[in-house]
Design a protein around this ligand. Structure first.
Ligand SMILES: O=C(O)c1ccccc1N[C@@H]1O[C@H](COP(=O)(O)O)[C@@H](O)[C@H]1O
Length: 205
């Protein structure tokens, strides 16, 4: 079963081009200063200017100031925004760009109702909830809480690795999968064999 793949937490052009080489559909750049994968707007826009066509750069923000978001978006018209904090739908719409909204989900959540709060989103990203950490935790959540039918395409995230991505796609049938820590050599540095294995697993599984 083929699936689109986003490789998140890109901090350098070598990793970006390597992920494109193996077939990444989207690359994520983290503009959250507390993340070990933080990249500056200038550096990210420089990397994005070197990407081949048909690869979507994704700008990840966590309850960011509009000045930071503007400084990223002004560098390139290709950005898709990923809001990974507690942004409301009206805050997400403010920038008049396509966006995906991340939801950090846990047992007992009504995922369908949460997804329905963002009718203007291009897709919804489902990540694991961990108290005090907005994302990139490397933790799985119980995929069985995801309803079979939702009003938006789903991007599955949270603790995915080359070893579990096929099973995740088989069980959830997401529009796309998103990985950060599961394909790293060290925080912010991607592992070429892990990226290759992850993408092959997602697309050729
Ligand atoms: O990657 C980060 O450091 C990060 C920081 C703040 C918010 C989100 C972040 N990453 C996103 O988290 C999920 C899951 O990551 P992982 O595969 O479990 O490491 C994914 O969407 C990343 O894009």
């Amino acid at each position: 079963m083929s699936c689109r793949v986003k490789i998140c937490g890109i901090t350098n052009v070598e990793d970006a081009l390597m992920a494109c080489h193996y077939g990444a559909d989207a690359l994520g750049f983290v503009f959250y200063a507390k993340s070990p994968r933080y990249v500056s707007p200038e550096m990210a826009n420089d990397i994005v200017s070197q990407l081949p066509p048909f690869v979507t750069p994704v700008a990840l923000f966590v309850d960011a100031d509009s000045s930071l978001i503007d400084s990223v978006l002004k560098g390139c018209s290709r950005w898709l925004i990923q809001f990974h904090g507690n942004e409301s739908e009206s805050e997400c719409l403010f920038y008049q760009r396509p966006y995906v909204k991340a939801l950090r989900v846990k047992q007992g959540d009504d995922v369908a109702a949460l997804v329905d709060r963002y009718p203007s989103a291009s897709a919804m990203l489902l990540d694991a909830y961990k108290e005090g950490v907005p994302g990139g935790t490397g933790e799985l959540f119980d995929w069985s809480i995801i309803p079979a039918r939702l009003s938006k395409p789903i991007i599955l995230a949270g603790g995915l690795t080359p070893s579990n991505v096929k099973q995740a796609i088989h069980q959830v049938s997401p529009y796309a999968v998103d990985v950060s820590g599961g394909v790293e050599l060290a925080k912010g540095i991607k592992s070429e064999p892990k990226v290759q294995e992850f993408i092959n697993g997602a697309k050729c599984g």
